[in-house]
Design a protein around this ligand. Structure first.
Ligand SMILES: NC(=O)C1=CN([C@@H]2O[C@H](COP(=O)(O)OP(=O)(O)OC[C@H]3O[C@@H](n4cnc5c(N)ncnc54)[C@H](O)[C@@H]3O)[C@@H](O)[C@H]2O)C=CC1
Ligand SMILES: O=C(CO)COP(=O)(O)O
Length: 331
């Protein structure tokens, strides 16, 4: 092993780009895998990812850029996955090198559609990664603000203290602080659910509801989130911590949020298809609404907001009427 931790980042989108930026504050070399050859070449020549966070300048001597996921993973002891959940399984089909002994870190805030599992559970169940070697990066943090070096706090969930410290140290800088927790399951579910609530906030805004209603929606959302997570994984946790409430607030209120943007378009009358086509980015909450709704058929938590978003996105229900009914259930 070299004298510095070897990291690979999997993905070429906004969050992967932001994570490479964070790591490059501390590490002399980072492997970075993305599918897009044109973007890779552009980074080599112009030092910027042309498609995402294009203001961020990279020192290419610090980067081991590759379009082969196997090469990136072979290089690393710590592998950070930062691609939308819907594409993870397809990307993993390309893998022929072993993940044994590697620390697998999910920066994905979603449920894997093929298995209906959160990402840590998916890696444990499908790829046999021991929980000690699984970590999750979460917390209220938009990639765009990382690009601007605005102070942001991440939460690193991991059961192994040594791995947690290494990953936290490598991500930390003058604009990134990292808190640690062992609630891998709860923080992952919170990250999944807040995207659905951010879609609801966007829908409300698009429908013409104001700040007063949004505050009420957020207040109901955090209580709904608490009930849902308690059913799925009971442990002592403070739902007001930034990985839960903080991430809900930033995603629900920030104009950078993809999920809010997507919901706003639906509220304004776009169809789901046209809103997706209009956005150059992925709103994870679209997939999460279906997975969470279906999962909850087993758990039976009271989730009127998730149900309303699900009905609008998947059952073609009218947003205006659905929200009017939802308002009767909130307090
Ligand atoms: N952007 C942010 O501020 C944050 C994002 N996340 C999470 O990071 C994950 C990645 O999201 P972003 O980077 O924001 O997405 P993005 O919308 O910025 O980028 C989309 C990514 O998906 C890839 N992609 C698109 N179609 C694909 C396909 N058919 N097969 C494989 N890959 C495909 C693109 O190459 C690109 O890497 C998501 O789970 C998101 O919730 C988590 C925290 C913050
Ligand atoms: O997870 C995020 C902020 O913490 C990003 O949310 P969006 O995907 O809605 O932009």
């Amino acid at each position: 092993m070299s004298d510095y931790p070897k990291f690979a980042v999997i993905g070429g989108g906004s969050w992967a780009t932001a994570i490479v930026k964070m790591l490059s504050e501390n590490l002399p070399k980072i492997a970075w895998y993305m599918r897009n050859d044109t973007a890779l070449e552009e980074i080599k020549v112009n030092f910027h990812n042309p498609n995402y966070l294009s203001s961020v300048e990279f020192d290419v001597d610090q980067l081991y850029l590759t379009n082969d996921i196997n090469k990136a993973i072979s290089y690393a002891d710590y592998v950070i996955f930062a691609i939308p959940s819907a594409f993870l399984s397809k990307e993993m089909e390309k893998l022929y090198v072993s993940l044994e002994g590697k620390v697998i870190i999910s920066a994905i805030k979603g449920i894997i559609p093929e298995t209906s599992l959160i990402v840590g559970e998916h890696f444990h169940t499908v790829y046999g990664i021991p929980y000690d070697n699984i970590a999750v990066i979460t917390g209220p943090c938009h990639a765009e603000e990382v690009a601007l070096e605005r102070l942001s706090y991440l939460t690193l969930a991991c059961r192994n203290e040594e791995h947690a410290k290494t990953v936290a140290d490598c991500l930390s800088s003058h604009y990134i602080k990292v808190k640690e927790t062992d609630d891998i399951v709860g923080t992952e579910y919170a990250a999944v659910l807040k995207n659905i609530y951010a879609i609801a906030c966007g829908m409300a805004h698009g429908l013409g509801y104001g700040d007063n209603f949004q505050a009420l929606l957020m207040s109901n959302a955090i209580r709904e989130m608490k009930k849902f997570i308690k059913k799925v994984h009971r442990m002592k946790r403070n739902i007001n911590n930034s990985a839960y409430l903080g991430d809900l607030l930033v995603t629900g209120y920030s104009l950078f949020s993809r999920n809010r943007m997507f919901g706003n378009m639906i509220g304004k009358g776009y169809t789901v298809k046209s809103a997706q086509m209009e956005m150059s980015m992925i709103a994870e909450g679209y997939y999460a609404a279906k997975s969470a709704y279906e999962l909850n058929q087993k758990y039976g938590a009271k989730t009127p907001i998730i149900n309303a978003v699900y009905d609008i996105l998947y059952n073609g229900k009218d947003p205006k009427k659905t929200f009017r009914k939802l308002t009767e259930k909130l307090d």
